[in-house]
Design a protein around this ligand. Structure first.
Ligand code: G3I
Length: 353
């Protein structure tokens, strides 16, 4: 009885303390922390919703805002998924990033099959970007206006139907139209490997300089940042610094970090590690921490549009099916539990405050 009496004050004290909700990734950063997510997951899946609510304040739809998803024939638009997600984002104070207006892989089949001439393709682009951009004006914070227009190693223009038909002017035209549709939206050029392929990086920077010199309304550069554990850190830091020198917003737009290798082509995975060890988990935590710190170190605060992971769990990552590769690229594991990578990322983000 005497013992219980002695414990009582501390028990009362504990009961009176406000319940501590563990803070999420977003509270640890002074810039938006995003994730890609699929429309059905954010609308219907309560486990996914709970993680998004705790950790993220920005979302990008992994596929549902691509041209092939919304513009399935010349006369048709399908807005249902986007409308639902726009409503969800607004109700839950999530920034919505638009991905992507013009992308060779996002181009619907009907355009390729039509093989339009330059005037016709220009008309298709105009009608599409103005319709789409205006519909979500003020609701989509920024857009990947042109995605992956450059080739690895050479930095020359990718021979997509857009380039082949309209010439390099299709890029400027897409930005002009996106700006006309929503003058407040942040407008990005987005690409992969520009953090590690310096030839491609410099080609991208020359293209951005040229667009700026022509008063094209480009306002951001997106580094997809699909990187590997052996990605050279100095090269990445150099790329971020050079990109920040443009004065544009910088988005790390599709982050994931794999252990194995691939050749960038579908099915091109090279399996080196079959199993995930404690050491690998720790090393990945350090790499995520370093990436957040590298962003903070090289991108001035006013240019930090944010860091976005391309899905947060190994269970839903695009990597295994795309590259035919077993890997563990994300912050959460197959069971949707946070990995050491999550805590490393949290620590890195914390250095922005
Ligand atoms: O929804 C269908 C499903 O009904 C069908 O049974 C299944 C069979 O293949 O396919 C499903 O659609 C797939 C879709 O992802 C949803 O999982 C498509 O085939 C597949 O092509 C699509 O892949 C997406 C890819 O872009 C192409 O749009 C990936 O999820 C997505 O992560 C990936 O994202 C790209 C970025 O947009 C641009 N940067 C590179 C990044 C990774 O490739």
């Amino acid at each position: 009885m005497k013992k219980l009496f002695l414990f009582l004050p501390s028990l009362i004290l504990l009961a009176c303390q406000p319940t501590q909700t563990p803070s999420g990734l977003k509270e640890n950063a002074s810039f938006p922390v995003g994730t890609a997510i699929r429309a059905h997951q954010i609308i219907n899946d309560s486990a996914m919703q709970a993680i998004v609510a705790k950790d993220f304040n920005s979302i990008t739809l992994e596929n549902s805002m691509k041209m092939y998803a919304v513009h399935q024939s010349e006369s048709d638009y399908t807005w249902d998924h986007v409308d639902d997600v726009v409503d969800y984002a607004q109700q839950n104070q999530l920034r919505l990033h638009g991905h992507a207006f013009i992308w060779h892989s996002g181009t619907p089949r009907w355009i390729n099959e039509m093989a339009p001439d330059s005037a016709k393709l220009d008309q298709i682009m105009e009608e599409y970007i103005l319709t789409y951009g205006s519909r979500y004006k003020g609701k989509v914070a920024g857009w990947d206006v042109v995605n992956e227009a450059l080739l690895d190693s050479t930095g020359t223009y990718r021979e997509s139907i857009w380039y082949e038909t309209m010439g390099e002017g299709y890029i400027a035209r897409a930005f002009e139209l996106a700006h006309q549709a929503d003058p407040e939206a942040v407008l990005f050029y987005n690409d992969f490997n520009i953090e590690r392929d310096t030839v491609k990086l410099h080609a991208m920077l020359r293209m951005v300089d040229k667009l700026k010199a022509q008063d094209v309304p480009i306002s951001g550069i997106g580094f997809q940042m699909h990187i590997r554990m052996d990605t050279d850190e100095e090269t990445v830091e150099y790329a971020l610094k050079k990109a920040a020198e443009t004065g544009l917003q910088i988005h790390l737009s599709e982050i994931d970090i794999i252990f194995n290798k691939h050749d960038d082509t579908p099915g091109g995975g090279i399996q080196i590690y079959d199993e995930l060890t404690e050491e690998m988990l720790q090393a990945q935590a350090e790499k995520y921490q370093w990436l957040a710190e590298a962003y903070i170190r090289n991108v001035p605060a006013e240019q930090r549009y944010g860091m976005t992971v391309w899905g947060f769990s190994d269970k839903h990552s695009w990597i295994p099916s795309f590259f035919n590769l077993n890997d563990w690229p994300c912050l959460f594991d197959e069971n949707m539990d946070p990995k050491p990578a999550y805590h490393g990322y949290m620590k890195g983000l914390g250095n922005s405050k």
